[in-house]
Design a protein around this ligand. Structure first.
Ligand SMILES: C[S@@+](CC[C@H](N)C(=O)[O-])C[C@H]1O[C@@H](n2cnc3c(N)ncnc32)[C@H](O)[C@@H]1O
Length: 249
């Protein structure tokens, strides 16, 4: 099908299927694990919780979460991994056969294939800036998060880390480049509360002879890692308790 007649989601599916077939799904664990583990510590996952991994790729982070929520007094915590690439989903399922508390679903952030008010926590690693319609994705997240559910959006590409801008032109699909402040505003516009952000440095060592195609130099890659990824955190309000001064009849 010619590129012009494909939808933005179909282009993303095609591009990330290509990544998956080239083995990039598994390789991303090496690139994202350090910042993701730091994020998981902030997520304070508890046994019994229901978690969404949006843009789960090959599912390595989904499996880390599944272990943390597995067994608890409130039952068996569940993790749902959603990705627009059916090939990523196939690889994630194949690598997660021993897990009883993971379900991988092929679908888009613009139409999350799940019921409303369900997830206690949400993680999205290096995926959010690809979503063509981020407003629509946030409306969907608002729908599927449980009241008081907490979201954790981790991205390496954002305006405040100038080094990350070096690889925008190398990507084959369009991306959003916003600042941390713009993301905070966007989340608030969608009625999320307790919106905050931190920068998460990647402190894995980079060998001096490391070959990088994404950055102008190894020094720039090191500076990018030192400055770190952007972690956005936000909660869905608790609609079960009316706001002060407001009476529900
Ligand atoms: C850079 S990869 C990161 C994958 C994984 N989170 C990781 O860290 O290894 C981005 C992922 O987001 C997925 N993705 C991109 N756009 C999406 C969308 N609109 N809806 C759902 N997933 C999407 C891609 O298919 C891909 O697997």
């Amino acid at each position: 099908m010619p590129e012009k007649s494909r939808t933005p989601d179909e282009n993303l599916q095609r591009e990330f299927n290509r990544w998956a077939e080239a083995g990039e799904g598994e390789k991303m664990e090496g690139h994202h694990r350090n910042i993701t583990e730091k994020t998981l510590r902030r997520m304070d996952l508890r046994p019994g919780e229901r978690v969404l991994d949006l843009g789960c790729g090959s599912g390595w982070a989904t499996r880390l979460i599944a272990r943390l929520v597995a067994d608890g007094p409130e039952g068996f915590g569940q993790v749902v991994g959603v990705d627009i690439s059916d090939e990523m989903i196939r690889q994630a399922r194949a690598a997660s056969k021993e897990f009883e508390n993971i379900m991988y679903v092929w679908g888009s952030a613009t139409q999350i294939p799940w019921e409303e008010n369900f997830f206690d926590k949400m993680l999205s690693v290096e995926s959010f800036y690809y979503y063509p319609d981020q407003d629509r994705a946030l409306a969907e997240l608002f729908r599927v998060m449980a009241p008081r559910g907490r979201m954790f959006i981790l991205i390496n590409l954002y305006r405040d880390n100038e080094y990350s801008l070096q690889w925008v032109d190398k990507l084959k699909v369009p991306v959003h480049v916003r600042s941390a402040a713009e993301y905070v505003e966007l989340l608030r516009k969608h009625m999320f509360e307790k919106v905050e952000y931190v920068q998460i440095p990647d402190d894995t060592p980079t060998p001096d002879d490391y070959v990088t195609k994404s950055f102008h130099s190894v020094e720039d890659l090191k500076a990018f890692k030192r400055q770190g990824a952007l972690l956005l955190m936000a909660s869905k309000p608790d609609f079960r308790s009316p706001a002060p001064g407001y009476t529900v009849y």
